[in-house]
Design a protein around this ligand. Structure first.
Ligand code: NAI
Length: 326
């Protein structure tokens, strides 16, 4: 039998984790023959609720669940982990400004980055879901100088999946057939969902749809505001679809995307005019844990203007927390 893989989930008593940990333990992440040990991190006052989640995990009798650790200490949570889902974050409180939100999260992700640096496996793959996800991932990466920057990514897959579904509905194709779709930039309403290269069944979707006004006035803003629309409808933020996207992104990362393009926010190598190190959603293919950017795509004037908007937001976020990294 395979030896178990250690997987940390932070914010483990929260609602995304409630949709995530059961799927990890069922084999949805790493397949039906890979045992897992869950390392569950949440705040001290959430340990009681976390105990309840663990009771339910036991009650599922998952054959692949080889163990569980519950803790409020990041150094315990990240000890020897292969995979980390950094979901827990400080939500925006009443009257809290963006700057304060960035600062509060910078503190959390500095501490967690340092803990990862100290105790995680050197090959660990760490996905940051907690918002502001790209900048939190940047902070964790910068706080873990002994880990390769390639160990870190931020979740842009929910936006990618939202865009794929909307595109498939518009073009009248199966969402599973949509390829070469990209979401660029920040996981925020400034992201740029880009279907200029997208295809399904050998057909170019941009040609099939052939409606630039729909792209600009409907598609891009609707994808950008989808999170808010779910909150409005459900009275709670997207949790199941966020957990699903986290599974998709990490599965593709560690298992491989089989030649398919997927969007991941990864530290920039300077290509596409994005300054090095910024966590930016780009199209990638993945194989054997290695992520490769899709290079040299044409960027027309409209695409460039969208890239600039989301890049400027990320630069501002980086500047707002720079003093905390010194
Ligand atoms: P939630 O509020 O239900 O759960 C968050 C959990 O994190 C709570 O149990 C809380 O106690 C815990 N937590 C807070 N600070 C922590 C710390 N320092 N260490 C460990 N645990 C900590 O929130 P939910 O719905 O699960 O969302 C979690 C995060 O994911 C939020 O920041 C949300 O904005 C973000 N999100 C990101 C998406 C993306 O596409 N990147 C999509 C949807 C949500």
């Amino acid at each position: 039998a395979k030896s178990p893989v250690r997987i940390a989930v932070t914010g483990a008593a929260g609602q995304i984790a409630y949709a995530l940990v059961f799927r990890i333990a069922s084999g949805a992440l790493l397949g039906p023959d890979q045992p897992v040990i869950l390392h569950l991190l949440d705040l001290p006052q959430m340990q009681g609720a976390l105990g309840g989640v663990m009771m339910e995990l036991e009650d599922c009798a998952f054959p692949l669940l080889a163990g569980m650790v519950a803790t409020d200490d990041p150094k315990v949570a990240f000890k020897d982990i292969d995979i980390g889902f950094l979901v827990g974050a400080r939500p925006r409180g009443k009257g809290m400004e963006r700057k304060d939100l960035l600062g509060a999260n910078a503190e959390i992700f500095t501490v967690q980055g340092r803990a990862l640096n100290e105790v995680a496996k050197r090959s660990a793959r760490v996905l940051v879901v907690g918002n502001p996800a790209n900048t939190n991932a940047y902070i964790a990466m910068k706080s873990a100088p002994d880990l390769s920057p390639d160990c870190f990514s931020a979740m842009i897959r929910l936006d990618h999946n939202r865009a794929a579904s909307m595109l498939a509905a518009k073009a009248g194709v199966n969402v599973g057939d949509v390829g070469k779709l990209i979401v660029w930039g920040n996981h925020s309403p400034t992201m740029y969902p880009d279907y200029r290269f997208a295809e399904a069944g050998g057909r170019k979707l941009a040609e099939a749809i052939n409606d630039e006004a729909w792209n600009r006035d409907v598609f891009i803003p609707t994808v950008g505001k989808r999170g808010a629309a779910v909150i409005e409808a459900r009275g709670a933020s997207s949790a199941a679809s966020a957990a699903n996207a986290a599974i998709d992104q990490v599965r593709d990362w560690v298992v491989g995307s089989d030649g398919r393009w997927v969007s991941m926010a990864i530290p920039s190598d300077g290509s596409y005019g994005i300054p090095e190190g910024i966590m930016f959603g780009v199209p990638v293919t993945t194989q054997g844990g290695v992520v490769t950017r899709v290079p040299n795509l044409a960027i027309d004037a409209f695409a460039q203007s969208r890239l600039d908007i989301t890049l400027n937001e990320l630069k501002e976020e980086r500047e707002a927390i720079a003093h905390l990294l010194a």
